[in-house]
Design a binder for this molecule. Structure first.
Ligand SMILES: NC(=O)c1ccc[n+]([C@@H]2O[C@H](COP(=O)([O-])OP(=O)(O)OC[C@H]3O[C@@H](n4cnc5c(N)ncnc54)[C@H](OP(=O)(O)O)[C@@H]3O)[C@@H](O)[C@H]2O)c1
Length: 250
């Protein structure tokens, strides 16, 4: 059994599951975290129960994150941490400021605080030197995103991950740890769009790209696989778009 350990939040579905598979195939034991135990168990069966460790937790809750960190501490130092858990919160339910505040706070909780809490809880457990930290943000964090399918708070929460991650790269670089952000463009075949997904939305997102197709979870997983590889030791403090050309040059 390999002693390399990876942790993937939101590893039970979509992009996170593809990342967990990629890292397992590259020789890691992979801890997958999400709120739904049965979804994580199914992902572990799919990827390989001998190398996938499901840990059910709500990563917006500090007490649950502490318990996750205790469980991971039993498994050894963390070589790769991928903060992928996130969600697009539906628009405010009415025009009140209270509804707006509720919607913004949920977006910040699930897209920013999950990352901040899990990373902070595991920073002391990262392998030194050599660990790789990856945050999955979004093209929305680079170019904004407000409209019928995307609340502006989602873009703002993802952009906040950028600023925080860059400071962390500066802090952890001298300890031999790289920190990078992957900002995916549109990726089909995940749970994130739920009932808001329509064929028209899909077509518009494809039209936005230069390569004329939707991204796949495997596209994002391949980029994480590179960042986690020995070849990527000189790559840190970057926001890397994987978006089919929907956002250019940054
Ligand atoms: N698909 C796209 O077009 C796209 C584009 C840009 C960025 N992204 C980003 O990519 C990441 C993965 O999204 P996806 O498209 O693969 O969607 P997804 O299938 O909905 O994956 C989100 C994952 O996060 C987990 N999660 C959500 N809230 C959580 C919480 N409070 N605690 C622990 N786990 C939580 C979910 O599991 P549970 O529900 O079981 O907790 C789920 O496994 C997200 O950060 C998303 O913002 C996606």
């Amino acid at each position: 059994m390999t002693d390399r350990l990876a942790v993937v939040s939101g590893g039970g579905t979509g992009i996170g599951k593809a990342i967990a598979r990629e890292l397992a195939e590259a020789g890691h034991r992979v801890v997958v975290i999400g709120r739904r135990a049965e979804v994580l168990e199914a992902a572990a069966e799919e990827i390989g129960a001998d190398r996938t460790i499901p840990v059910a937790a709500d990563l917006t809750d500090p007490a649950q994150v502490s318990r996750v960190a205790e469980r991971i501490a039993e498994l050894g130092p963390v070589d790769v941490l991928v903060n992928n858990a996130g969600a697009r919160i539906t628009q405010p339910t009415d025009d009140s400021l209270a509804a707006l505040a509720d919607s913004w706070r949920q977006d910040i909780e699930v897209n920013l605080m999950t990352t901040v809490l899990l990373t902070t809880a595991l920073t002391g457990r990262l392998r030194r030197p050599g660990a790789r930290l990856v945050m999955i943000s979004s093209a929305a964090g680079q170019r904004g995103g407000a409209g019928p399918h995307s609340a502006g708070s989602y873009a703002a929460a993802k952009a906040a991950v950028h600023g925080w991650a860059l400071g962390l790269a500066r802090q952890l670089g001298p300890e031999g740890i790289t920190v990078n952000v992957l900002a995916p463009g549109y990726v089909a075949d995940t749970e994130i769009f739920g009932e808001s997904w329509t064929p028209e939305f899909h077509a518009a997102k494809i039209a936005d790209t230069l390569v004329g197709r939707a991204g796949t979870p495997a596209d994002i997983a391949a980029a994480v696989g590179y960042i986690a590889s020995p070849a990527a030791g000189y790559l840190t403090g970057q926001i890397i778009g994987v978006n089919g050309g929907a956002v250019l040059g940054r």
